[in-house]
Design a protein around this ligand. Structure first.
Ligand code: EPU
Length: 346
């Protein structure tokens, strides 16, 4: 089957940041066969291929001269059970948030802490998305991926995905050749609420909910996110623009001695994760603009495109923030989204 390839496609509506950029070629692939033939089509023309998920973690600094391939495989179903888990398979092109809501409606809770995260299911393992005390890896069983090098479909279990904090094998050599087709979740049959994250504890407290249902947590997470994070349908953004940096214990204690209010979280390996939002806030950037790009007023970790920003404006703002945080705290901030284009692809 020959895929429907479109030419000169506006990428702004396909991304949550909404900065101007065009793809020379674009294909929405609804099946493994369509992915296969789109890749073959690009190969004969010697075109670079960029795989786009829900576009919620990508910054286009320039136009893309190759083929933007968006896997849009659909489908959600229960494919099995173990003693402890329901195994639920979801196509890469399903919307993440709709999938969370659907699992709750089916009576299979476990994803509710990850409500309202923008993007598609296929991108969720690449970032190992996380929020309010839960990461995708905690509910992951396996995934199916198309290997661009061999043309074969592989099944990867959790170990093979090498999940880390906002990290996985798919971001590294050896995994970049894989296109996620479907994800299988392991949702617990014995559900227990995860309410330890401070914002969530406070929200449930404010609602006088002592023993929350999965739906209560879903609703509370949505409320917290709506309060702190800009709605990408209204103001362009990619969520957190930087990862929370992890530093060794010695660096942490010297920082804490100089900044007693430093927000940090001890890690299992003895290191400390620092709240990048706090560092950026302290550096004076919260709510500030640089040209047409702006730092969100309710969460300094989020950079926004209020309307007229280009990818380069967002990157310039990110660099200014990195510079100031480095100068003030001697801490390096690493961007979370993928930056595509002139100033260097990550
Ligand atoms: N803080 C400030 N000023 C700010 C922002 C934050 O002082 O402007 C402080 C907060 O008061 C809090 C701490 O920094 O003490 C952490 O802030 P928050 O709870 O908002 O979480 P975060 O660490 O900034 C992370 C994730 C978010 C996720 C939330 C909730 C990363 C890079 N970000 O943000 O994920 O929703 O925790 O779990 O890990 C995303 O990845 O795109 C994302 C939105």
């Amino acid at each position: 089957m020959s895929p429907a390839i479109q030419t000169d496609v506006d990428l702004a509506p396909l991304t949550t940041l909404g900065v101007p950029a065009h793809a020379a070629y674009y294909c929405a692939a609804g099946s493994e066969d369509e992915i296969r033939s789109a890749l073959a089509w690009a190969r004969t023309r010697d075109l670079q291929v960029l795989v786009l998920g829900g576009g919620s973690n990508m910054v286009f600094v320039s136009d893309f001269a190759g083929l933007v391939l968006q896997p849009m495989l659909r489908g959600r179903s229960l494919i099995g059970e173990t003693d402890a888990h329901y195994l639920v398979r979801v196509g890469a092109g399903e919307r993440w948030h709709d999938t969370v809501e659907w699992t709750l409606a089916q009576g299979w809770p476990g994803l509710e802490n990850l409500a309202l995260i923008p993007g598609n299911v296929g991108a969720a393992p690449i970032q190992n998305i996380g929020a309010y005390g839960l990461e995708l890896t905690d509910r992951f069983h396996s995934l199916e991926a198309f290997d661009r090098n061999t043309g074969e479909v592989q099944t990867l279990d959790r170990a093979a995905c090498r999940f880390g904090y906002r990290d996985s094998v798919f971001k590294h050599p050896g995994g970049r050749n894989l296109i996620v087709l479907a994800v299988v979740f392991a949702l617990p049959k014995t559900w227990a609420p995860m309410t330890g994250y401070r914002d969530l504890t406070e929200e449930l407290g404010a609602r006088s909910i002592a023993t929350p249902s999965p739906r209560d947590i879903f609703d509370a997470v949505i409320a917290v996110r709506q309060r702190k994070l800009p709605d990408p349908a209204v103001v362009g953004n990619v969520g957190s623009f930087f990862k929370n940096p992890v530093v060794d214990a010695a660096t942490h204690s010297s920082l804490q001695a100089r900044h007693p209010k430093l927000v940090s979280y001890p890690q299992a390996d003895g290191r400390y994760k620092l709240a990048a939002g706090w560092l950026i806030d302290q550096a004076g950037w919260k709510g500030r603009a640089l040209g047409p790009a702006r730092v969100h007023a309710a969460q300094a970790l989020v950079l926004t495109n209020p309307g007229d920003a280009r990818g380069a404006d967002i990157v310039a703002l990110a660099r200014a923030i990195q510079h100031d945080v480095q100068a003030q705290f001697n801490v390096t901030l690493d961007p979370e989204p993928i930056v595509v284009g002139a100033s260097g692809e990550q």
